[in-house]
Each structure stands twice: as structure tokens, then as C-alpha cells.
Design a binder for this molecule. Structure first.
Ligand code: UDP
Length: 466
């Protein structure tokens, strides 16, 4: 009998790779074979820090790679160039890979039966169509973000943006009355980089994502109906299946680009319950040296224990300089690591709050653990996610920038104090934790949607409900 064999392909960024590996985990747990396709660069990064335990996921999952087309001398942090090159080079590589898999499959039993493509890899839909393979889109961001991508035609017709996504109006936009307010200058595609980068990303990511989502057989999103009712009502084709967290399946979060420093868990064990400020800004955020120092001094003046992820720079080095005598002054009260096992950290009872850039995964991980947020968005969809946290769910407070665009040590000190003294925010965070937990329990929305999705994957092969 023919097996289900699903090909998964993430956008090559940390916040896209981790949740799609979670999707793979659910598939293999349901006896579905998975081929997980990274770019060669991502593959190298993941496998170089991949531990024995990570292989424990399943024999049904195979990780393979194809080139992204970027030359060794080119800069992969130039997202415009990376995205444009991938959309040009990768389709034929993907097609070759699928042909190779199908040619090796005995009487077609192992042929690829379905592709699940990241929403930022819209070009994959053309390969799926050409090869007659069913397609699902996976949204690693919020449903509201995808809803904004799907609304660009309306935004254009209403004169809110031009045909390259450039905001034309200052007015606040509500895609629906129950969705977060959106400031057009904070539309994801308008704050990715310089004007040229924004234009490329609008045309390749946003417009191609819209086309792919329209032709995809299914769209699944890493959030819950309760967190984002407005977006799911506006586009009922999008189905919440989240939050997709390794900790929900009692497994370890995998797919890291950096080595996790687990000594922070032992350090957390030694701190009082609900006392620690966890500080992490995901995989892209970069501070200039003065901002870095101000943050360091801000953490110092809070007088609270803190766990701070200071990620190595792009070259593998940490270029920041700490203020004079800093490490001696904070001593054991401060723990600095290059990369943390974040899901385990956020689950730890010692953590009081999460100073975060509000990447969508960090947002879901914080909400799932009932952690209060100090929001410090940096770029892309992070402003939208911060709006959810501060204005819709009311589980955190925003850190304000001064006249020169810097968050001062005084702002950090007073906002931490305000947050930790605010019982309403704490209560909200605990309420959301419960609601989000409920959504993945048997019979509830995310659980049902995920099971239906898995049944749909199996159906093609006549093995659903077998
Ligand atoms: N993460 C981690 N350790 C860290 C910092 C981040 O494991 O020290 C993980 C985090 O749990 C999340 C992902 O990296 O799953 C970052 O994704 P997110 O969407 O929050 O931010 P991005 O990196 O895309 O800006």
C-alpha cells in the first residue's frame, strides 16, 4: 500500500525552522513519513549543534538539503538578496529532489504525496502544481500577519499602500473590528530593512505568499482561535493548530542554529520562584553598543536576578563590550548565555517576566507559560505581536524609546517595577496560559484542526481511519 510521505520546507530562519520541525514531530508521531528540506546553509548550522537526543524524534523523518543559490562571498543576512535568489534558484533544485525521491520509490509507494511549505516560500506552490502534488501552507507567524498579506489588494484599492507595499496613509488600519490596530508604517513588509529590501520582500514574500495561500489545499497556523478570533473569522481557510511547542509533546525543542547553554537551567533552579527577568531577542535583533550598555545597566538597576541571552554575532563572535566592572558588580545575580533552551526556560517557575523582541514563536512560548512580557519589538511582524500582547491580551507592557530612539536604563527599571507590581497583567497572563493549554486538549479547536489535517494527509492514500 502507498504510504503518506510529506515534504516540509521552511524559510531558512530560526523562527521558521523550529515550529516546522514541530509539525514534522506531529506527523511522524502519526506514522507519516517526512522529508524535511533545509537550505544547505541551514542544514549545516542545525546538524553542527544537533545532539544525539535530537535524533530521537523519529526514524520516519529524514533531513535533506538543497542549495539556496547564495555564493560564499554573499551576505545571507541581506534578506532581500537571499529571498530573491532562493525564489530563482530553488524551484528547479526542489523539483530535482522530488523526482529523485520518487524515482527511488519502489512502485511509487514512497512518492511525495503532499508538500507543507512555509508561508514565506510562496514559490513552492508552482513546483507543487507542476508536479501534481497536494499543497498546504504553514504560517509560522500570527494569523493576523497572514491576514495582512492576504489583504494587500484591499489595502492597495483603499489607497493605504502603493503597489510595492509602501504605506501612503498615516491612519490606523483595522482589517476587521476584532483584529489588532495596525499602523501602516509597521506593516511587516514596510519594516524589514531599507526601501529596496522592503520592495523585494513585498513582491517575493507577500505577493507570492498570497498566491500560494489562495491555491493551497490547506492553511495551518501556529496560534489558537481564542488568541486571534478576528483573523480566523476574516479568513476561515486559515486553521489554528497551535501552539506547536515541543514542551506540549514532552519532547525537546530542536532545530537550533546555536548551541544551547543548559547551565542556565541549573542557575534558574537556584533562584526564588517568580523572581527572574528572562531577556532574549530571538535570532535577528542587533543592538548598537550604546543600546547594549544601556540594557546592561538597566538590568543592573532593577536589582532582580536576570538571565540574558547575548547571541554571538554573525561571525560567531560576541562583539559587545560590557560596562566597566559590570560582571563583577552583578555577580551571580546575572547569568549571561549565548543561546538558551528557551522553551524550558520559560516553563521554569523561577521566571517572572520575559523581556522580548516579540517574535511570534517567543510570543507563543511566553503566552503558553503564563509569562508576563516586556515588549521591545525590533522589526518585521514584531510590532504587530507587541500590539497583541500589550493591547489585546494585556499580558505585558511596552518599553518606550526616548527622543534618540533608545530604551534607557531608567525606562527599564520603572517598567520592570510597574509590570511586576501589576496583578492584573499577571492574572491575564495566567488566564491566557489556561486558554491556550485548553485549545490543544482533545476535542478543542487546535487539537481537532490538527487531527483533521493529519487525516487529510492520510486520506489521499486511503489509510485515514484504517
Ligand atoms: N530561541 C532559543 N534560545 C534562545 C533564543 C531563542 O531557543 O536563546 C528560540 C525560541 O524559543 C524561538 C526561536 O528561537 O522558538 C526564535 O523565534 P522567534 O519567532 O521568537 O524570533 P526570531 O528569531 O524569528 O526573530
Amino acid at each position: 500500500m502507498k504510504n503518506s510521505h510529506v515534504l516540509l520546507i521552511p524559510y531558512p530562519a530560526q523562527g521558521h525552522v523550529i515550529p516546522l520541525i514541530e509539525v514534522a514531530g506531529y506527523l511522524t508521531a502519526n506514522d507519516i513519513k517526512v522529508t524535511y528540506v533545509n537550505t544547505e546553509n541551514t542544514h549545516k548550522r542545525i546538524t553542527s549543534v544537533w545532539s544525539e537526543n535530537d535524533h530521537g524524534s523519529s526514524d520516519l523523518m529524514k533531513m535533506v538539503s538543497i542549495p539556496d543559490g547564495i555564493e560564499p562571498s554573499d551576505d545571507r543576512n541581506d534578506l532581500g538578496k537571499l529571498t530573491e535568489t532562493m525564489s530563482r534558484v530553488m524551484p528547479s533544485k526542489l523539483e530535482e529532489l522530488i523526482k529523485g525521491i520518487n524515482n527511488n520509490s519502489v512502485s511509487g509507494d514512497d512518492n511525495i504525496t503532499c508538500i507543507i511549505a512555509d508561508y514565506c516560500m510562496g514559490w513552492v506552490s508552482k513546483v507543487a502544481k507542476k508536479m501534481g502534488i497536494r499543497l498546504a501552507t504553514f504560517c509560522a507567524g500570527s494569523a493576523a500577519l497572514l491576514a495582512s498579506f492576504l489583504s494587500v489588494q484591499t489595502l492597495f484599492e483603499d489607497g493605504v499602500i502603493d503597489n510595492n507595499g509602501v504605506p501612503l496613509k498615516k491612519q490606523i488600519v483595522h482589517l476587521s473590528t476584532t483584529m489588532p490596530a495596525m499602523d501602516p508604517s509597521n506593516f511587516t513588509w514596510a519594516c524589514m530593512g531599507d526601501a529596496a529590501t522592503n520592495k523585494i520582500l513585498f513582491n517575493i514574500i507577500v505577493l507570492e505568499c498570497k498566491k500560494a495561500a489562495e491555491v493551497a489545499d490547506r492553511i495551518i497556523c501556529n496560534s489558537t482561535m481564542e488568541l486571534e478570533p478576528g483573523a480566523y473569522t476574516l479568513f476561515p481557510k486559515m486553521l489554528p493548530v497551535g501552539p506547536l511547542l515541543a514542551t506540549n509533546r514532552s519532547t525537546k525543542q530542536t532545530g537550533h542554529f546555536w548551541n544551547e547553554d543548559s547551565t542556565c537551567l541549573t542557575w534558574l533552579d537556584q533562584q526564588p520562584v517568580g523572581s527572574v527577568i528572562y531577556v532574549a531577542f530571538g535570532s535577528y535583533t542587533i543592538f548598537d553598543q550604546p543600546q547594549f550598555e544601556e540594557l546592561a545597566l538597566g538590568l543592573e538597576v532593577t536589582n532582580k536576578p536576570f538571565l540574558w541571552v547575548v547571541r554571538p554575532g554573525v561571525n560567531g563572535s560576541t562583539n559587545y563590550v560590557y560596562p566597566n566592572g559590570y560582571m563583577e558588580r552583578v555577580g551571580a545575580r546575572g547569568k549571561v548565555v549565548p543561546w538558551a533552551p528557551q522553551q524550558e526556560v520559560l516553563k521554569h517557575p523561577s521566571v517572572a517576566c520575559f523581556m522580548s523582541h516579540c517574535g511570534w514563536n517567543s510570543t507563543m512560548e511566553g503566552v503558553s507559560n503564563g509569562v508576563q512580557f516586556l515588549c521591545w519589538p525590533y522589526f518585521a511582524d514584531q510590532f504587530l505581536n507587541a500590539t497583541y500582547i500589550c493591547d489585546m491580551w494585556k499580558t505585558g507592557l511596552g518599553l518606550k524609546k526616548d527622543d534618540i530612539g533608545r530604551v534607557t536604563r531608567g525606562e527599564i527599571e520603572s517598567t520592570v517595577e510597574e509590570l511586576l507590581g501589576n496583578n492584573i497583567v499577571k492574572e491575564n497572563a495566567l488566564n491566557w496560559k489556561q486558554k491556550v493549554f485548553d485549545s490543544v486538549q482533545k476535542g478543542n479547536t487546535s487539537h481537532k484542526n490538527l487531527n483533521n489535517f493529519i487525516d487529510w494527509i492520510k486520506e489521499e492514500n486511503g489509510i485515514a481511519n484504517a
